[in-house]
Design a protein around this ligand. Sequence first.
Ligand code: BT5
Length: 313
Amino acid sequence: MQETRAEILARLADGPVTGPELADSLGVSRAAVWKQIESLREAGFEIPSGDAGYRLASVPEFGGAAIEFGLDAPYSIEYHDTITSTNDRARELAVEGRTDAVVVADEQTGGRGRLDREWRSPSGGIWLSILLRPEIPTVQAPIYTLAGAVATTRAVRELGVDARIKWPNDVQVGGRKLAGILTEMEGEADRISWLVVGIGLNANVDPGQLPAEQPVTSLQSETGAVDRRTVTQRLLAEFRKLAAETDSILPAWRELATTVGKRVRVETPDGEVVGDAVGIDSPGTLVVDTGGETVTVTAGDCEHLQPGDVSRD
Ligand code: BT5
């Protein structure tokens, strides 16, 4: 958000303030203040003016300025009512040299999952992509997928939703998929150039609008419609905290995950692995005891098997 706009909002949050007072304290013209107030009103902020000056009566439910207002993380937000894919847009920003930017959309028309699967993204969701440039070796990149899962899980657990993580990138409630994460990056072997963590969270979405081939859920059906602005702010603040302290990611992930201790079937690029999930290692690999040997899986689709499923394998 532009500095002036952010400062005007911060002043309004403290109570009514007149146009001349704002202009003086920000060192800009009254016309500039008026222009910013108008653009905030256009963005959905309710700012009536009375004898005491301008007053902040309400903040819009969603949108770039709304998310930045009160956000406890130094990200700039680019918001779209509708977009093909926030990951695609974040990649464009990466090519432009940007960092610490977040692209958020109400609806995506070409949302992507892993392996170019479709990610259904109707209006009402929280579809976002975080662009960052961490100074770490490329092999460490998967830790940011885990950070995305932890941040999402923590943010929704604050709403009383019993969300858990399924390796590697699903946030689930009672085995139903609530959110997924798609991390994309560019870099050399020894250094990441940029990283985009795309998070799709079914927020105020009717599960009837989502694919039926696997169990899915949304915050709306778990708790009723949520304040997407606050959820997004909490998610981004948690992500930022984890990204600043990468050693904390794996322990936090282990605490919230359900996969370890389960019998699993993992479809990997090299074939199927079936066994007991016995651990998670840095930077997010799944360790599976197949009975005869211990296998480390770096990527794949994981299915938690029920006790009855085991004999079939
Ligand atoms: C994922 O892939 O779970 C990663 C999803 C990432 C989406 C975000 S939204 C913001 C950003 N911009 C993008 O374009 N993408 C990211 P994967 O594990 O491959 O799961 C994909 C599978 O989940 C699909 O094949 C469907 O079966 C299912 N699916 C599709 N849409 C879903 C939804 N909204 N909720 C739950 N499951 C869904």
